[in-house]
Write a protein that binds this ligand. Sequence first.
Ligand code: SAM
Length: 322
Amino acid sequence: MRATGGPDSGPPPNIADNRGSRTGRRPPPGRASLIQGLPPMFSYRHGFHAGNHADVLKHVVLVHLLDYLRQKDKPFWFIDTHAGGGSYALDSGYAAKSQEFRGGIAKLWDAKDLPDAVAAYVNEVRRFNPEGALRQYPGSPQIALQMVRREDRLRLFELHPSETKVLDVFSADAGRQVMVQATDGFTALNAVLPPPPRRALTLIDPSYEDKNDYRSVTRAMTNALERFATGVYLVWYPQVQRRESERLPEQLRRLAGEGSWLHASLSVSKPADDGFGLHGSGVFVFNPPWTLDAAMRKALPALKRLLAQDASADFSIDGRQV
Ligand code: SAM
């Protein structure tokens, strides 16, 4: 099976249905995000969070970047260091339990007059739900598979055995176009950079359940920029009440040095008094296309309006284009 071309070219290729706090802290009882008794890495399941406000922000940017890259008549690689399960059922399993998607994609599903970048993202989710109802959510590998061309490649890294099993099915269907490796994505990134076509989008999207993930992100980005300075890199991070999370954007900005970068964040509510929960998230893009800034300046006010859970919802955008 190969990826389809344009945004309206029919039902997309499908990763098998798959069924995790992305908060950097163990959630209180009743928040079924971390699975009891397992170390953070193996207890986190992205299915709990599929389609929530943080996925929306990340995937709006992802769709814009993939769309930009595919407009040039040269192949590129999509590298996903933390791929997750590829796609997620919303009407059963983890997502149905957590219902987090109701505060994310569900609020955009029937919205009218969306800014272009948000509409393009919703269109990709719609392509993954060809019957019209919102029943499943495409993770980053599925979004990429839907959007890339025959000549482009997906390189997916994931450590959780259950998620890699699903991704293996996906790669078997997609043939040579997709390669899945059950390995540490931070380390593996070195091995694939620079990619043969010298064009790539790398998504770095850890769960941050392990606070070492923050240091691993800056280390991976330092190495990646040394090996392949011109690549496009999308780093997602949670807005949680933790020093590491607050410092990360500034550390990434320093790594960007004199290069181009864009930093956008979206918070949907005020931080919870008990410190738990994800009230917002941010994305930092190295070497963004020139189109991203304008697209996000239109997208973010709409996302704030549609996804706000209380009056403290807010967004920020900052960057430099050289
Ligand atoms: N990128 C996905 C998307 O946008 O749909 C979501 C990824 S989820 C936030 C993070 C994933 O990273 C989890 O599935 C987790 O099992 C996996 N993971 C955790 N540590 C990892 C590591 N060192 N290398 C690769 N994958 C890892």
